[in-house]
Ligand binder design. Structure first.
Ligand SMILES: Nc1nc2c(ncn2[C@@H]2O[C@H](COP(=O)(O)OP(=O)(O)OP(=O)(O)O)[C@@H](O)[C@H]2O)c(=O)[nH]1
Ligand SMILES: [Mg+2]
Length: 444
């Protein structure tokens, strides 16, 4: 259906509403030049212009002059969308911009949806999704460093990384298939494991670069998670140095998701506090818990809080499991009220022990958050679907590493190869594309 929509001429202002020196109205699609000729009067028709030519003239409605304008003509395929495209520079008055846009709509153009120009560049194969994300990141970056990282990705940085990794996995599949077919040609099986481990490590590096990209764009999302009453809100307030979240001795105090920003010189953290995960009897409790779990799923980093006064309890097991899938750390709280910090077995990483109430030992926690939020190291910008592809990829690679038989390994790796495809060109599914491109501004 959206391929049919490619037949439409789309129009949208490409500059923000409000008064400014100039404003840009963009028009793209198969009949663009013919349509623009109906509203633009220059020394020659736009349909007779070369590509990349700028003409001076007037925007007109019949005999009425709407504005003096410049029209930049881009001819297919040498334009942002790869279609015929015209950009009118008009005076930056919203009345003029709206009138020009309405004029074009009046003769058959359609108002573009957010990101539709970029979506067309994607559908015509000029950009892959990694580059489309880079376009968005270039516009949204809040630091020059972020802009540079986005531009590197727009030039194909991430595409290259993914290709390198996918080539290696393809090579592994070829090796395994050769081994299955010609068992007499002995390919040492010991050599497969290190290669797989290398691919897993590189996938993890990419995932981390995705997280850094997200945190550079929006701030690292950190969720404080724990059973009711362990002191989550007290820690939240202590870290933000502000009495934001309500603290009481009554379990089940926090229900709404509370959020605050922690700023470091290297980046920022969006900190979340929500309901305690535990017995939820009333409907509001259940909704509150669902919200907290949802926020934990969306978070980039978890602070799983345990209560040192009660020690580890069975209900904490589920919370610790989350740390297998997502980076985070364990925080023992209320150490002011115990003689010794309870021990924990079989957990990854060193727990940090604090007293949120007395604000004791918070600096290792803050240091870690600062480190996680810093955009040091390579940064890539991705959307949810690309992140999910990479997540599945990591799962398939691990399964391939653990598989006992070569054919199982080959099967997992073939699935991994399918995941790569999704990172650059997701299945042409309307709702996926809409979700990706709707985050763009109108006119981009
Ligand atoms: N001794 C001691 N008490 C603490 C500490 N941190 C929190 N508390 C107390 O624990 C109780 C619960 O604190 P909250 O911060 O409301 O706990 P919570 O985890 O947000 O609780 P819910 O929102 O109900 O899930 C309060 O009485 C706090 O004063 C601490 O470090 N030491
Ligand atoms: Mg609370």
């Amino acid at each position: 259906m959206f391929l049919e929509r490619l037949q439409d001429v789309i129009v949208a202002p490409a500059t923000p509403g409000g008064r400014s020196a100039l404003a840009l109205v963009r028009v793209s699609g198969p009949q663009t030049l013919r349509m623009c000729d109906q509203v633009f009067r220059g020394r020659k028709p736009l349909s007779g212009a070369r590509g990349h030519q700028v003409l001076t003239g007037f925007i007109v409605e019949g005999e009425e002059i709407i504005d003096e304008a410049l029209a930049a003509v881009y001819r297919s395929p040498h334009s942002y969308t790869t279609e015929d495209l015209v950009e009118f520079s008009v005076h930056g008055n919203p009345l003029i911009v709206d009138r020009v846009t309405d004029l074009l709509i009046g003769i058959g153009a359609r108002l573009a949806r957010p990101g539709e120009f970029t979506e067309r560049a994607f559908l015509h194969g000029r950009l892959d999704v990694t580059q489309a994300e880079a376009v968005l990141a270039t516009i949204q970056a809040r630091t020059m460093k972020g802009v540079k990282a986005a531009l590197a990705q727009l030039r194909g940085g991430l595409t290259k990384e993914l290709k390198g990794l996918s080539d290696r996995v393809r090579w592994l599949v070829a090796l395994i298939e050769a081994q299955l077919e010609f068992p007499e040609e002995d390919i040492p099986e010991e050599s497969l494991a290190p290669m797989l481990e290398g691919a897993i490590a590189d996938t993890e590096k990419l995932r981390q670069a995705f997280r850094r990209g997200r945190s550079q764009r929006k701030g690292l999302a950190v969720m404080i998670l724990g059973r009711p009453n362990v002191g989550k809100s007290t820690l939240f307030n202590a870290l933000l140095d502000e009495e934001r979240s309500i603290v009481t001795p009554v379990p089940g105090t926090t229900r709404d998701l509370v959020t605050g920003i922690l700023r470091f010189s290297t980046g920022q953290v969006r900190l979340f506090d929500g309901a305690g995960i535990g017995i939820a009897e009333s409907l509001p409790d259940r909704i509150a818990v669902r919200r907290a779990v949802g926020a934990a799923n969306r978070a980039d980093f978890l602070l799983v809080m345990l209560d040192a006064t009660s020690g580890f309890v069975p209900a904490d097991t589920e919370l610790l499991k989350l740390l297998r899938e997502k980076p985070g750390m364990i925080v023992w709280n209320k150490i002011d009220a115990v003689k010794e910090i309870p021990s924990l077995e079989n957990v990854a990483g060193e727990p940090v022990a604090v007293s949120a109430l007395k604000r004791k030992n918070l600096s290792p926690l803050l240091d870690r958050l600062k480190e996680e939020a810093s955009s040091q190291g390579e940064t890539f910008f991705a959307n949810r679907f690309q992140e999910e592809c990479l997540e599945r990829l990591a799962v398939h690679l691990r399964a391939a590493l653990d598989a006992q038989y070569l054919d199982m390994r080959a099967k997992e790796l073939r699935e991994a190869i399918a995941d790569f495809a999704g990172t650059g060109r997701p299945a042409l599914n309307q709702s996926i594309l809409e979700e990706i491109f709707s985050r763009f501004c109108v006119g981009k």
